[in-house]
Structures are given as C-alpha cells and as structure tokens.
Ligand binder design. Structure first.
Ligand code: IDC
Length: 325
C-alpha cells in the first residue's frame, strides 16, 4: 500500500516536473499522438481528431491563414489536413511550383500550431494512381518535411492519399516501406497514415497484411456519403475490430465526384459508426469551389470570418457537427 502510494506520488512529481514537448504546451495539444491497438491516443488516452481538409493547396492557397484556422478551431476542429496534389494541373510532381507548395505546407503547419490544432501533411496522389509513380519525389518531400517538423508533436504524415487504378496493397505497402524509414529518421514517433487501394477503401487488405516493424502507423479509409454505404461501413468496422488503426483522413457528405446531392442521413450514419469505433475523421473540403463538397458558398470570397449564410449545405452540416449546436 505504502509502496503504491510512493510510486503514485513519484509519478505525479515526475509528471509535474517533466518539461513536456514544448510545442504541445504552445499548441494546447495534450502530448504526442501514438497508436495503441486500433486506437489513436494522446497523453490522456484514446483521442478522436475531427476537422477539415483544404482543397488542393495549389488552387485554394488563401484559406491557409491564421484567422481561418482559428475559426475552424473555434468550431471545434482539432485537425486540419493540408492537401497537396502531386499530379493534376499545378500538382507538385507535374509542373507545380514546388517551393510555393512547400511554403504553403509549412505555413499551414505553423498556423495549425498557433491555432492549437494537429496538421496532416497530405501527399495527395490521385490521377497518378500508383504512389510509386512519384516515389522519389515523395521520399525527398517527406525527408524535408519531417526534418522541418521534427521538433513538433502535432504533425501527422499521410503518405499517399488514394492509390487507385488497380494498384494493389502489395505495391502500396512496398512504397510505404520506403517512405516510412525516411520520416522515422527525423521523427521516430509521428503518426504516419498509409492510403489503401481503390481510393483508400480497401482497409481489409491492409488488415490482412499490415505493415510491421514500425509503431504509430495508421491506414486511410475514405468515403463519400451519397456513394458509399453499408458495404464500406462494414469493411471499416470489420477491419477496426480486427485491430487495424484506421483514420478517415477524407470524407464527403455528397457523392464521390465531390459534387451532387448532400446526403445528411448517410453522413450521420457514418459519423455515428466512426464515433462508436473512436475513428478520427476529416471533411472534404475547405473552399468555395462550385461543388457540393465545398463548405463555403461559391459566392463567398471571404477566407475567414464566415457568417452562417456563407456556408454551403455541407458547411452547415459540418458546423453543426463540430460545434454540437
Ligand atoms: C476532387 C475535388 C475537385 C477536383 C478533383 C481533382 O473535389 O474539385 O477537381 O478532386 O481531380 C477524392 C479525392 C479528392 C477529390 C474528391 C472528390 O481524394 O481529391 O476531390 N474525392 O472527387 N476521393 C474520392 C472523392
């Protein structure tokens, strides 16, 4: 009994004395994230991140500003995803301004930090199908980013948004096994999220053959509520219950094109399941693009200071979700 009390007191003293990660204190985040079993945890135990993804940084750079991020934090978002397309027009590997894009990522991480949020650095493969297409660029990018953010504990690395076009898990895993050690050399603990085949829907394949030898690895599942329903939900649930750490780094309330009808009913069913399983989720997208997944009305040219009437249907739904109002 006495021994137990002493050890509790010692633990309390150590906790009080520990300087803790400098950034955690600044950002108001409670210590480094890590993965235990299927769950994402911080220093206090299991944690759920909920937030918003930017649209392509090359196309919508103006939302990367401190007022906007503080506002999203005020809504209740504790994470922002910085989506940097690798292909597409203006993409990092296909003619984009690499210095400008890297600066946007670094600015985004800084503003997220100042706003007290986590930031996901997203290597947004899409029309390049296979993450191996631009593997060398990915390695150089993550080497530089993980060196820049090594002293922080609020940065997560998403190394391949959505493998697609028939790429199988073996190819994605092989890519991950080349990128992960590069990040680990600078940052031994950061959470790294790996995309899964078929636009990040095949978490079952990752569950059957997970990456071993590294801690704090998670797997992406993406859904669009008006397209993906029970089948994908069951796949997510089964993989999570089998112990796979899943992070929904992107979901839309509409259909998989990023447009079409907003299906609030299906989106609510998804949210209930993710909450039940303790899975984190990030909404697509922070922009005023004329598409229903954009959270702002297309006529809204503000990049912060949004009024309720500036929000699209999807934006209003997200606002209610995050604020709980
Ligand atoms: C979409 C955008 C759209 C853009 C297109 C580029 O909403 O404005 O023109 O990308 O190809 C994803 C992708 C995400 C897509 C989104 C909607 O990760 O980049 O954004 N989506 O189609 N996966 C499933 C849906």
């Amino acid at each position: 009994m006495k021994k137990k009390l002493i050890s509790i007191l010692t633990a309390m003293t150590l906790a009080a004395m520990a300087p803790g990660p400098a950034l955690a204190a600044e950002a108001g985040t409670p210590g480094p994230l890590h993965v235990e079993g299927a769950r994402l945890c911080d220093g206090n135990g299991p944690v759920q991140l909920r937030g918003v993804s930017t649209h392509g940084l090359a196309w919508y750079p103006d939302y990367v500003n401190i007022d906007c991020f503080r506002e999203l934090h005020d809504w209740g978002a504790n994470v922002i995803r910085l989506a940097m397309y690798t292909a597409e027009y203006g993409g990092y590997c296909e003619g984009g301004d690499q210095e400008a894009l890297k600066k946007l990522v670094k600015d985004g991480v800084r503003y997220a930090t100042e706003a007290g949020m986590y930031a996901i650095v997203d290597w947004h493969i899409l029309s390049d199908f296979d993450p191996n297409t631009h593997k060398d660029e990915a390695i150089a990018f993550f080497e530089e980013m993980s060196a820049a953010f090594a002293g922080q504990d609020n940065v997560l690395y998403e190394i391949c948004n959505e493998p697609n076009g028939g790429v199988d898990w073996a190819a994605v895993k092989a890519y991950a096994l080349e990128v992960i050690p590069v990040i680990r050399a600078n940052d031994p603990d950061a959470v790294i999220i790996v995309g899964t085949p078929n636009w990040s829907q095949m978490v079952d394949q990752a569950a059957a053959d997970p990456i071993t030898g590294y801690d704090n690895i998670m797997y992406a599942l993406h859904f669009y509520a008006d397209t993906h329903r029970d089948d994908l939900r069951q796949r997510m649930k089964a993989a999570a219950e089998a112990g796979l750490p899943i992070f929904v780094t992107e979901y839309g309330t509409c259909d998989a094109s990023g447009n079409g009808a907003v299906n609030e009913e299906q989106a609510d069913i998804w949210v209930a399941l993710m909450d039940e399983l303790g899975i984190s989720y990030v909404n697509w997208n922070l922009s005023n693009k004329d598409e229903s997944s954009a959270i702002l009305q297309s006529g809204c040219t503000k990049t912060s200071g949004f009024a309720p009437e500036n929000l699209s249907q999807s934006g209003k739904w997200l606002y209610r979700l995050l604020t709980g109002e």
